[in-house]
Design a binder for this molecule. Structure first.
Ligand code: GSH
Length: 225
């Protein structure tokens, strides 16, 4: 079954990582995959555009069915392979509600993080403002503190919505990311604990971005948050 799946991915991309974690959790090893380079603009190649006309990664298909949006792909895989591997959507209404809530909030975290880390990419020279940099940083601090608060209320050794779920699949890459950019363990102890709980989970360890092994910390851009 996995053999009929193709994933074009970029190393360190949180959306790609989500899909890869889900494929591992659902025991779908053996899917075709190709690591592409953002630096070489591989994501704008015909090979990607044929699957993802936005020229973004992930580009994912199962047979002839294309589902590129990372959260959509995770939901698709869970729904298609419900009884295979780990169950990623809880049944009980309160846990399911919390799971969907945190899963979708994970996208807000992505957005706020990207606005700080990739500001220079989004705003061309001449259109950059110190006030925007400050506002984006303040928004990210508020968002990270919100997640710190969520984890404050989570039982020790537990995940975002009870058992490991799609909420963790979607949010974890965006929690790992800030630490790679120097986020303070001291100021965000709950996030740091959650990060260290999940980093050794087999599905996460196996899919760890290859270049992160070479350079553990990319920069210190988030160290003062
Ligand atoms: N909403 C998409 C976002 C995908 C996305 O932003 N991918 C980035 C890599 S992290 C990308 O390909 N960026 C290159 C570009 O937009 O040109 C998803 O969640 O799958």
């Amino acid at each position: 079954m996995a053999k009929s799946m193709t994933l074009l991915w970029g190393a360190g991309s949180p959306p790609c990582w989500r899909v890869m974690i889900t494929l591992e959790e659902k025991k779908l090893q053996g899917y075709k995959h190709k690591l592409l380079s953002f630096e070489k603009e591989d994501h704008k190649s015909q090979e990607v555009l044929q699957i993802n006309p936005r020229g973004q990664l992930p580009a994912f298909k199962h047979g002839d069915d294309i589902i590129n949006e990372s959260v959509g792909a995770c939901l698709y895989l869970e729904n298609q392979f419900k009884s295979q591997g780990n169950k990623l959507i809880p049944d009980s209404p309160p846990q399911q509600a919390l799971m969907y809530q945190r899963m979708m909030e994970g996208l807000t975290l992505t957005e706020k993080l990207n606005l700080v880390v990739f500001y220079d990419l989004y705003a061309p020279e001449g259109e950059r403002h110190d006030s925007a940099v400050k506002r984006n940083k303040d928004n990210l601090v508020a968002e990270l503190q919100r997640w710190e608060g969520y984890l404050e209320n989570v039982a020790a050794g537990s995940y975002l919505a009870g058992a490991f779920s799609l909420a963790d699949v979607v949010a974890f890459p965006n929690i790992a990311y800030p630490f790679r950019y120097g986020l303070s363990i001291g100021r965000y102890p709950k996030l740091a604990k959650y990060y260290s709980l999940l980093k050794d989970r087999p599905s996460i360890k196996t899919t760890w971005p290859p270049q992160w092994y070479q350079i553990a910390q990319r920069s210190e851009i988030l160290k003062d948050l």
